[in-house]
Design a protein around this ligand. Sequence first.
Ligand code: 8DG
Ligand code: MG
Ligand code: MG
Length: 145
Amino acid sequence: METRGATPRVAVVVFLLKGNSVLLGRRRSSIGDSTFALPGGHLEFGESFEGCAARELMEETGIEIEIEKMKLLTVTNNVFKEAPKPSHYVTVFMRATVVDASQTPRNLEPEKCEGWDWYDWLNLPTPLFWPLEKMVRSGFNPFCD
Ligand code: 8DG
Ligand code: MG
Ligand code: MG
């Protein structure tokens, strides 16, 4: 793995919950292509985790969430050795609940995602993006505090 000049980055992703379901989309990316992942992206300079989560969700799906009601669930360390350019993310997982259950996600970045949909937590699609897959296998549950 060629790592000269490479540096870890911070990503913030969101478990957006609706009933027993979470919002997932199939990635279009050199990292985790075609796997189902949470909405989210890179933390910008000076941004709070909550601010980043709300911004990424709005940019990617058009869905609005309440910043005050968000909760930091966990943080994981993910090294992507298989990517054309190796990358390393410290990934912050936030939880949010939809404000209005009738809000429909829109695929606002179709070059990065095949489309968003709700998936029952007990019947998740495959393949999941591996950082998420690893959490699910370990028994992690975003519905628990
Ligand atoms: P941006 O330009 O909007 O900031 O970035 P992005 O294009 O939305 O970035 P991303 O790839 O969606 O997210 C950044 C990184 O976060 C991703 O390359 C790897 C890491 N990551 C995980 N798990 C997840 C996940 O479930 N969903 C997303 N979107 N990223 C994840 O470790
Ligand atoms: Mg993004
Ligand atoms: Mg993203």
